[in-house]
Design a protein around this ligand. Structure first.
Ligand SMILES: Nc1nc2c(ncn2[C@@H]2O[C@H](COP(=O)(O)OP(=O)(O)OP(=O)(O)O)[C@@H](O)[C@H]2O)c(=O)[nH]1
Ligand SMILES: [Mg+2]
Length: 909
C-alpha cells in the first residue's frame, strides 16, 4: 500500500511540477478507499467489478499550457461522466453516500475515469477528497485491470466518511467556492457493495455535488440533477441548513459543542440546542423538521427514529403536544415511505402498490427501503437473496414476477417458481414433503401443496403441530391465522368488498371547493373527523387566523397612510409652514387607523412573518404566547375600523370574516373547532394531498329533485377520494393511481371566469381556462377511459353575487353568452319559466362543458349544481352520483333482458 502511495505521489509530483501545480504530500493528506475481493456469504446477484488502478500507469493531469493561462478565459475542463437515465441493473450496483446517506451507481458508470478537479469546490468522493492543491488541475486518465474487487466504505453516512469534520449537512452535497477540498465527478468511487435489502435500491437524486464549467462559456453551470425513478415521481432536492458556528455547535445560534444536547432535523440533519429548537422547527406539523424542511422527504437513515421522542422535546413541550408531534411525524404524508425505494421482484412499487401492500390483511412487518421478493401464490416474503422471513397476504397486485434465484436457493426444489434454501428444504422434509431430485411444487397460502402438472393436492405443510415449532426454531415463517383463508375465500372476499365499494375520485383546479365538498360529505353522512384531523384542522384554523390578522393589519397600514394623506391635504398650510417649535404636532400623525407602540411592534413582527411565508409553521405552537395580543388587537378601535372596510381588502379571503369575528375565542389553546368551523376552514389536513372516506347514503329525508328519484340501497358503500391537483403530477401522470375508480367528480368554481393566477413562468392565466385545461387532461387520460364523469359546478352562491357585477364574457371561452333578459330582473328566485341570470350562466357553462366532454369522449357528461357550504346541494350531488353508478350496473342487465326477450319473441313468432 505504501508503495502504491509513493508511486501515486511521485507521479502526481512529476506532472504537477511541470505544469505549475504544486506537488502533493500524499502520505499525510490523502484519504483513500481500497478494493478488496468479496469473500462474504453468497449473495443473489452478481458482485460488481471495481476496476483496479494500474499503478504503473497512474493517470496524471496534463500540464496547463501557458497559452491557456495567458488567455485566462477558461481552463480546459473535462466534462462530467454522462448520466444514464435508466434504472440501474441490480447486477451492477455500487453504493455511494447520497440523499439517504448512500447512493447506488451502476459500476458501468465507472467508465475510464473522467475526473474533474476544479479548485474551490467541495466534493463527496473519497479518492481525491482532501487532496490539497494550490493550483488548477485538470485530471484525466483511464483505469484498467481485470481483478474483481469491491470498494468498501464505512456505512455511517457522511459523518463516518472522513469528510464531515468541518461540513454541515448543508455543506455536503452542495458546491461552494472557497474551500480547499477538491471535487470529483459525482458518480465515482466511494463505492460499497450493497449487502442487504436495507440499502436504497436505486439511484436517487441528491443535491448537486459538483459544479461543472461549460467549456463554451465562462459561466459555472450547476450539475444537472438526475433521477432514475423512471421519471414517474418528482424527486425532491432536500434543503440544507448551514451551520454558523464551529463543529458540534447548534446550527442556529452557533453555540455549544458536541456534548450539548441537541434535536436533529429528520430531513437535513441540522441540530439545534434547547434554546433554538422551537424557533428553528416551529410547530412541527410534520415532526422534527426545520421550518425550511417541511414537506420534504425525510432522510431514510433516520426513519427508525420516527415517532421516538427525545428527552429534550419532552422537557420543552407538554405531553399532549409531544404526542401530537410524534403522531404527525409518523403519519403525515411527506414522511411516508416512498414506493420507488422499495423493489419487489425487481420492480419498484408505485405509491398505489405500496398502499396496497401496507394495508393488506397481513402486511410486511417493518417495511424499509430495499429489495424484496414476494411469492404471490403462497404469500412468502423475504429480502432479496435471503430465505423467507414472513408470510404476508397472497395475491396482492404488484407488478414484478418472482425470479427462480430470488432467495439464492441451491436445492433444485422449486416452490411456485422459486428455488428454496437448504433450511426450507430441511423443514419440508420434516413436514413429510418428498424432497429428492428436481422437484417443483405449487404451494398455496394455506400450505397445501401439489407437484407441478399434477392435479391432486398431496398434503398441507402446516398440518403437523410440530412443524410450526420447527419453523420457530429455524426462524422460518408460519402463516398467521387470517392467511389460512383459502385462495378462493380470499378472492371471493376481495371481489365482494370491491363490488360493494363504489369509488368516486373528486378533483378540481385550485380552490374549486373539493375539500369543502369532502368535509361537507363527512358531516352529512356522519363520518366523524378523527381526533388527529380535528387537531390538525384546529392548528390550521389558528394559523390562518394569524394570517387573516396579518392581512387586516396590512390593510390598516394602507388606510392609515391614506387618511394621513387626506388629513395633510386638508391642513396643507400647516405642513408647509411649521409652527413655532419647528415641527408639526405629533397628534397630527394620528388617525382612527393608528395603533399604539406595543401593538405596532406585534403588527410589524406579524407582517414580517407573513412575508417570510413561515407563518403557518410558526404560529400554532405560539398560539398560547400570542393569544393576549390577538385579544388586544381585535378590540382595538383601529382594527375594528379596518374590519369595517374589509370588503376593500381584496387579499382577505372570504372565510376570514367567519373566523375573525371569533378571533379571541379561536386563539385560545382550549379552542375546539365545531363542524361548521371545520367546513369553513381552508383545507383538510396540513399535508392536503390525498384524503379518502367511506360512507353510505342514508334514505332521503326530504323531497329530492332527482329524476329518477333516489332509490336507497343500504348495501351500497362509497369511497370518496379527494385529490389535490398538485398530487396528480405534471400532465396528470399520477392519474393512473385511480384507474380502478368508478366515477370521476370534477369540480369547477363558477366564479373562476374573471379570476386569474400567475403560473411558474409569470404568465397570467384565467382560472376557468386553467380548469378547462385540467378537465381536458383528465378526461382524455387513458386511465379514465370509459369512466363516468360528474361535473360539479360549485360556488353558486358566489356566482349569484358576482354575475350582476361582472359579465360572464370576461372569460374568452364564454364570449358568446348572451342571455335573453329576464322578464322580472328583480326576482332573485329561479323558476323554470324565468331563470335568474346566475341560473342561465350555470346552464350555459354546463352546456359548454358537456359539449367539450362529448367532443373528447363521445359520451354524456352529468352535471350537478352545488354550493359546497350548503349541505343539501352536496347531498344532492352525491345522491346523483350514486344514481349514475346504479344506472351503469342496470344498463347492461336491461340490455341483456331486452335482447333475450326479443330473441324469445322472434323465435316464438
Ligand atoms: N361561498 C362559498 N365558498 C366556498 C364554496 N366552496 C368552497 N368555498 C370556499 O372556497 C375556498 C376554497 O375551497 P376549498 O374547498 O379549500 O378548495 P379546494 O378545491 O380544496 O382548493 P385546493 O386546496 O387548492 O385544492 C374556501 O375558502 C372555501 O370555504 C361555496 O360553494 N361557496
Ligand atoms: Mg383546499
Amino acid at each position: 500500500m505504501a508503495y502504491v502511495m509513493r508511486k501515486l505521489s511521485s507521479a502526481m509530483a512529476a506532472s504537477g511540477g511541470g505544469g505549475g501545480v504544486d506537488p502533493v504530500d500524499f502520505s499525510t493528506e490523502l484519504e483513500f478507499s481500497f478494493a478488496d475481493e468479496y469473500k462474504g456469504p453468497p449473495v443473489g446477484y452478481v458482485i460488481p467489478n471495481a476496476v483496479p488502478v494500474d499503478i504503473h500507469h497512474i493517470p496524471t493531469a496534463a500540464p496547463v499550457s501557458s497559452g491557456s493561462l495567458l488567455n485566462n478565459s477558461s481552463l480546459p475542463v473535462i466534462q462530467p461522466i454522462a448520466k444514464s437515465n435508466k434504472k440501474p441493473k441490480k447486477e451492477s450496483k455500487l453504493v455511494i453516500e447520497a440523499k439517504f446517506g448512500k447512493e447506488i451507481v451502476s459500476s458501468d458508470s465507472v467508465t475510464p475515469a473522467e475526473l474533474e478537479i476544479s479548485k474551490g469546490e467541495k466534493g463527496v468522493s473519497t479518492l481525491s477528497d482532501k487532496v490539497e492543491s494550490s493550483g488548477d488541475l485538470a485530471f484525466s486518465g483511464s483505469l484498467s485491470g481485470s481483478s474483481k474487487g469491491v470498494l468498501e466504505l464505512p456505512d455511517d453516512g457522511p459523518e463516518a466518511q472522513g469528510f464531515q469534520n468541518d461540513m454541515s449537512p448543508g455543506d455536503w452535497g452542495s458546491s461552494e467556492s472557497g474551500s480547499s477540498s477538491q471535487s470529483l465527478s459525482s458518480e465515482v468511487f466511494s463505492g460499497r457493495e450493497e449487502a442487504d435489502a436495507d440499502e436504497i435500491p436505486h439511484h436517487v437524486k441528491r443535491p448537486s455535488a459538483v459544479t461543472f464549467r461549460d467549456p463554451d462559456s465562462n459561466d459555472i453551470v450547476q450539475e444537472e440533477e438526475y433521477d432514475l425513478s423512471d421519471g414517474e415521481e418528482d424527486v425532491q432536492v432536500r434543503p440544507t441548513v448551514e451551520r454558523n458556528g464551529k463543529k458540534g455547535s447548534c446550527y442556529r445560534c452557533g453555540k455549544g459543542n458536541r456534548l450539548t444536547e441537541k434535536e436533529v432535523c429528520i430531513v437535513c440533519g441540522a441540530k439545534y440546542c434547547y434554546n433554538c429548537v422551537l424557533r428553528a422547527m416551529g410547530s412541527m406539523p410534520e415532526g422534527r423538521k426545520c421550518i425550511t424542511c417541511i414537506s420534504f422527504e425525510i432522510d431514510e437513515s433516520r426513519r427508525r427514529k420516527l415517532g421516538k421522542c427525545s428527552r429534550m422535546l419532552k422537557r420543552l413541550l407538554t405531553k399532549s403536544e409531544v404526542e401530537l408531534i410524534m403522531k404527525a411525524e409518523i403519519s403525515c404524508q411527506a414522511n411516508q415511505l416512498p414506493g420507488n425505494l422499495i423493489f419487489v421482484n425487481d420492480e419498484h412499487l408505485s405509491q398505489e402498490e405500496l398502499v396496497r401492500l401496507q394495508s393488506c390483511r397481513n402486511p410486511p412487518k417493518k417495511l424499509k427501503p430495499g429489495c424484496y421478493w414476494y411469492d404471490k401464490v403462497s404469500g412468502f416474503w423475504g429480502k432479496e437473496g435471503h430465505r423467507p422471513c414472513q408470510i404476508i397476504s397472497p395475491h396482492l397486485n404488484v407488478r414484478g414476477h418472482i425470479r427462480q434465484n430470488a432467495s439464492n436457493g441451491d436445492t433444485n426444489i422449486l416452490i411456485n417458481g422459486r428455488e428454496i434454501t437448504k433450511l426450507e428444504a430441511f423443514m419440508l422434509k420434516l413436514a413429510g414433503v418428498p424432497c429428492e431430485g428436481n422437484l417443483h411444487y405449487w404451494v398455496s397460502a394455506d400450505g397445501s401443496y401439489q407437484e407441478e402438472g399434477m392435479k391432486q393436492v398431496k398434503g398441507k405443510i402446516w398440518d403437523k403441530t410440530t412443524i410450526k415449532l420447527v419453523c420457530n426454531i429455524l426462524s422460518l415463517p408460519i402463516p398467521s391465522d387470517s392467511a389460512n383463508l383459502s385462495t378462493e375465500e380470499v378472492n371471493t372476499q376481495n371481489t365482494f368488498e370491491e363490488k360493494m365499494l363504489n369509488k368516486i375520485v373528486l378533483v378540481g383546479h385550485h380552490k374549486s371547493g373539493t375539500s369543502t365538498i369532502f368535509k361537507q360529505a363527512k358531516i352529512l353522512y356522519n363520518v366523524p373527523f378523527s381526533e388527529d384531523e380535528r387537531q390538525s384542522i384546529k392548528l390550521m384554523i389558528q394559523s390562518r387566523l394569524y394570517s387573516y390578522l396579518g392581512i387586516l393589519l396590512e390593510g390598516r397600514e394602507w388606510f392609515e397612510e391614506e387618511s394621513l394623506i387626506e388629513k395633510r391635504k386638508g391642513k396643507g398650510h400647516l405642513l408647509e409652514e411649521p409652527g413655532p417649535s419647528g415641527n408639526t404636532s405629533q397628534l397630527d400623525d394620528k388617525t382612527k387607523y393608528s395603533i399604539g407602540p406595543r401593538l405596532k411592534a406585534f403588527s410589524d413582527w406579524l407582517l414580517k412573518s407573513l412575508v417570510s411565508g413561515n407563518l403557518e409553521a410558526i404560529f400554532p405552537a405560539a398560539t398560547r404566547e400570542y393569544a393576549p395580543f390577538v385579544e388586544d388587537l381585535w378590540k382595538d378601535p383601529a382594527i375594528q375600523a379596518t374590519y369595517d372596510r374589509r370588503n376593500e381588502i381584496q387579499t382577505l379571503p372570504r372565510p376570514a370574516a367567519y373566523f375573525l369575528n371569533r378571533a379571541v375565542e379561536i386563539s385560545r389553546t382550549d379552542y375546539e373547532p365545531s363542524d361548521m368551523d371545520i367546513l369553513y376552514a381552508e383545507g383538510i389536513t396540513s399535508s392536503n394531498s390525498l384524503t379518502s372516506m367511506e360512507f353510505s347514503i342514508p334514505p332521503s329525508a326530504g323531497n329530492s329533485n332527482l329524476d329518477p328519484p333516489y332509490q336507497h340501497d343500504p348495501s351500497l358503500r362509497y369511497q370518496l377520494i379527494r385529490v389535490h391537483q398538485s398530487s396528480l403530477g405534471g400532465n396528470c401522470k399520477l392519474v393512473e393511481m385511480f384507474e380502478d375508480v368508478n366515477m370521476v367528480a370534477f369540480c369547477v368554481s363558477l366564479t373562476d371566469y374573471d379570476e386569474f393566477y400567475t403560473d411558474v413562468n409569470g404568465v397570467s392565466i384565467n382560472k376557468m381556462m386553467a380548469s378547462k385545461q385540467l378537465f381536458e387532461n383528465i378526461v382524455t387520460h387513458r386511465a379514465f377511459d370509459q369512466k363516468n364523469f360528474l361535473l360539479i359546478l360549485n360556488k353558486f352562491d358566489l356566482l349569484e353575487e358576482k354575475i350582476d357585477e361582472v359579465p360572464l364574457t370576461r372569460c374568452e371561452w364564454f364570449n358568446d353568452f348572451n342571455p335573453v333578459p329576464s322578464q322580472n330582473p328583480s326576482s332573485s328566485h329561479n323558476n323554470s319559466n324565468n331563470p335568474t341570470l346566475a341560473h342561465r350562466a350555470f346552464q350555459y357553462i354546463a352546456v359548454k362543458f358537456k359539449r367539450l366532454f362529448h367532443s373528447l369522449t363521445d359520451r354524456k357528461l352529468f352535471v350537478s349544481l352545488v354550493t359546497a357550504l350548503e349541505s343539501d346541494t352536496v347531498d344532492e350531488a352525491l345522491r346523483y352520483a350514486s344514481e349514475i353508478l346504479k344506472l351503469e350496473e342496470e344498463v347492461p342487465r336491461l340490455i341483456n333482458e331486452f335482447s333475450s326477450a326479443s330473441i324469445e319473441a322472434s323465435s316464438s313468432a
